[in-house]
Design a binder for this molecule. Sequence first.
Ligand code: UT7
Length: 405
Amino acid sequence: MSMYHSRITGWGSYSPARILTNAELEGMVDTSDEWIVSRTGIRERHLAAADETTADMAVVACEKALARAEIDASEIDLIILATSTPDHLCPPSSSIIQHRLGATRAGAMSVVTGCTGFVYGLVTATQFIQTGAYKNILVVGSEKLSYAIDWEDRNTCVLFGDGAGAVVVSQSEQPGGMLSMLLGSDGSDWDALIVPGIGSASELTNEALARKEHKLRMDGQRVFKFAARTMIDSVTQVVVDAGMTLNDIQLVIPHQANQRIIDLAAKRLGIDQDKIVSNIARYGNTSAASIPLALCEALDDGRLKPGDRAVFVAFGAGLTNAACVWEFQPEHVEEQPILVTNWPVSEAFRERALQMKAAAWRAQVQARTMASDAAMSVMLPLYTFRKGVKKRLQELDLTQPNDES
Ligand code: UT7
């Protein structure tokens, strides 16, 4: 039983002014607005200025979060920066942020787990809070992915964007905050999302530069499959671990990588669209910044209210996955009415009832997943067969000039 609870007391985000639309991308690579919207849900993304860094964006988001929490930077004990695009390979950008904020008492560290970094950071922060070691921690996700993108590679350049989002996690005696969590990694797919040329594994020679090995490469389909699987498993796991079902959750805030991944997970989990936050159309995939950007919007718009519970769920490079259930404590606690009869037996019954409720929901999710897998195993061969026939006809030049189907 932990002594203290984590609580989000402040939040803030930053998006660079420059917006790159799908229409502009049409003039840069062989792509179309129709392809990007239908395959990803993205319509536009924000890009940092050439001289604007990951730390610059993080500092703005952190300052807003501190102002909202009404605390001074000197009261921060620890800064956790989640990023895959630091200003430099060394030193860690977290120390640049610490200095720029004037967080003179704070330790600073960087979490490099790809798009799951913010949730990894929240989990780490909560451990320090729950043990009573620290009182106030800044967790910030900030990314300048535009720097890592090969702007001639249509497989990646249409997907990503820049931005930052931060929260202040503070110590609270009021129950709530992180109720359950899950951190995962499947390193067997380590090369599915990679910047191959930067790091001690290789020398960035002129030849490597010419091959653009300092830029991001992605096997989209491998990541897609991992994402779909882990999103469903992770949400199920953390909700069950919190002793709940999805009926007890007001909002799911998933990593914003692809609207199709979000829709697939929602369908299989049986979650209504209005319970899911999606802002991918306006930001694209901002990696470790995507969940805090969406979280800040949900809090600012009043979609998340005190007392609500949310699931944060992410997947990304590594490959890694992470999720947690977070309860937003009410600002002021009402006096709880004292129960006249609070028999110990009713507590035991409640525990059992919660377990049964969770097991029933898990079975429901499994049944839905099996049904949809079965449908896929019929549809996929048909689709592949159709594609093969089309290709063969094209090779034999048997298609009609206007045959687009
Ligand atoms: O944050 C974690 C990191 N990333 C992810 O989570 C991404 C996960 N993966 C995805 O979201 C999807 O796999 C992508 C959006 C990256 C790609 O969608 P897809 O439906 O898996 O497309 P695909 O890779 O199977 O490509 C289908 C076709 C290919 O053409 P052919 O071979 O069928 O003729 C591609 O060359 O689409 C083509 N294509 C494009 N066409 C127009 C790929 N990129 C583009 C593009 N515009 N930008």
